[in-house]
Design a protein around this ligand. Structure first.
Ligand code: IFM
Length: 451
């Protein structure tokens, strides 16, 4: 594929969301609470005290949301399943009403010719399992595989693409090391343990799938290429540590069967030496890898930035999003190429890519103008095409996000949607980025070159 040529006919054009961020009604129809229910209902932990109690009310409005996807010409949709809707206690009795919700959603997508991509875990651990230690308890690998089996048995006849986890790095860095995300722990000794257990859980769920499911299963990671700010040895070492911590910590064990050596240096006595059995469990063959890409890091040595001892340099003249992420599309081409080079030609999906730029609570027009986001998508879709013309097997792209939604501890202030949501009345309005994306899809990328 040359840089100017069209995306293939069978390319997946999608948008992504996650359960807690859009569904609302978190306790409806017998669902159990998740750690995000608890976190958001603890004072002071989210901006403006925002919660996912209503969010985009997708739990009730999903038919309308599917109609919007169809209007844009999406042929794929990535959503996550809420574990505690299906198993209110995390283990034990199944809540059929919870399963039925996802079953109806999947049927609705298929009726519109939209391929469902289901993620089993997008950060909303059942609170009942957190009471039992959550990701710190080794038993969670079995709990997760049991939950996965329930989901496979109910939906695998119609869902052909499964992902075990979304962004294990964020789960453990945000949830167990820095505490900005649920369950809000700040503990150096817990973070690597939680990471190891979440990867064991991933392996157990893939292993279970091979016995239960007939289609494809993969993992979704957030990758951020790390570039050294200069050529000094200290800078290069810091860059390698940052890369090991964020990127290779999750991919090396899955594809190479070992953790990067730098992690022993980063975590010191907090590093839990894994057993050979654990490593074998994690290294299950995958059908695809999902890559979430938002930004890069230009890295320096910073001895105070524990535990990784690496910092990030702000780039003069660069554009930054509302979440302070540098817009750097070349990083997407680079990281996709790096994955293929390091781990082999596994099929890849860009499972999230997008940007928060300011949009007002009420849209300015229909479509609501969001030129910065249009430019972001233009640059990043061009970067995907470049990677493909370099020989990287990218099978699809999912914009983050279909809808403005609950951005975790940042609440509703940061809007990532290609569809504007007025949280006062739940009205959805396309942004110009949605219309632009629809044009990219319709022309298989020709409009990226102004065609
Ligand atoms: O909103 C999140 C999503 O839940 C996981 N990936 C990054 C997005 C933007 O921060």
């Amino acid at each position: 594929m040359s840089n100017q040529s069209l995306f293939p006919d069978d390319f997946c054009w999608g948008a992504a969301t996650s359960a807690y961020q859009i569904e609302g009604s978190p306790l409806a129809d017998g669902a159990g609470p998740s750690i995000w229910q608890r976190f958001t209902h603890s004072p002071g932990l989210t901006e403006n005290g925002d919660t996912g109690d209503v969010a985009c009310d997708h739990y009730n409005r999903w038919p309308e949301d599917i109609a919007l996807m169809a209007e844009l010409g999406l042929n794929a949709y990535r959503f996550s399943i809420s574990w505690s809707r299906i198993l209110p206690e995390g283990t034990g009795p199944v809540n059929q009403a919870g399963l039925d919700f996802y079953s109806r959603l999947v049927d609705g997508l298929l009726e519109r010719g939209i391929t469902p991509f289901a993620t089993l875990y997008h950060w909303d651990l059942p609170a009942a399992l957190d009471n039992r230690g959550g990701w710190l308890n080794r038993d969670i690998a079995d709990w997760f595989a049991d939950y996965a089996r329930v989901a496979y048995r109910a939906l695998d006849d119609r869902v052909r693409h499964w992902a075990t986890l979304n962004e294990p790095w964020v789960v453990t860095d945000g949830g167990y090391l820095h505490g900005a995300l649920a369950p809000g722990h700040r503990n150096l000794f817990e973070a690597p343990l939680a990471s190891h257990n979440i990867m064991r859980a991933h392996g157990a769920a893939v292993h279970a799938y091979r016995a239960e499911g007939a289609h494809e299963i993969g993992l979704v990671v957030n990758l951020e290429p790390k570039y050294p700010a200069d050529n000094r040895q200290q800078t290069r070492a810091a860059t390698k540590r940052a890369d090991a911590y964020m990127n290779r910590q999750y991919l090396d064990p899955v594809f190479l069967g070992s953790y990067p050596d730098e992690l022993r240096d980063i975590f010191g006595e907090a590093w839990p030496e894994p057993t050979a059995d654990d490593m074998a469990l994690i290294k299950q063959p995958l059908d695809f890898l999902g890559v979430n890409y938002y930004t890069r890091s230009v890295t320096i040595n910073d001895e105070d930035a524990l535990p990784v001892r690496a910092g990030r340099v702000i780039q003069d003249g660069a554009t930054y999003t509302e979440t302070d992420w540098e817009v750097y599309a070349q990083g997407l081409t680079d990281i996709l190429g790096w994955v293929t080079e390091r781990y082999g030609a596994i099929p890849l999906y860009v499972t999230e890519n997008g940007a928060a730029f300011f949009d007002p609570p009420v849209p300015l027009a229909d479509p609501h103008p969001d030129p910065l986001r249009v430019d972001y998508f233009r640059q990043h879709l061009t970067a995907v095409r470049q990677a493909m013309s370099n020989g990287v097997p990218v099978r699809g792209y999912f914009a983050w996000s279909l809808l403005d939604n609950f951005e975790w501890s940042l609440g509703f202030a940061k809007r990532f949607g290609i569809i504007h949501v007025n949280y006062g009345n739940q009205k959805r309005t396309f942004k110009t980025s949605a219309r632009y994306y629809a044009d990219v899809i319709r022309t298989r990328g020709a409009v990226l070159d102004g065609g």
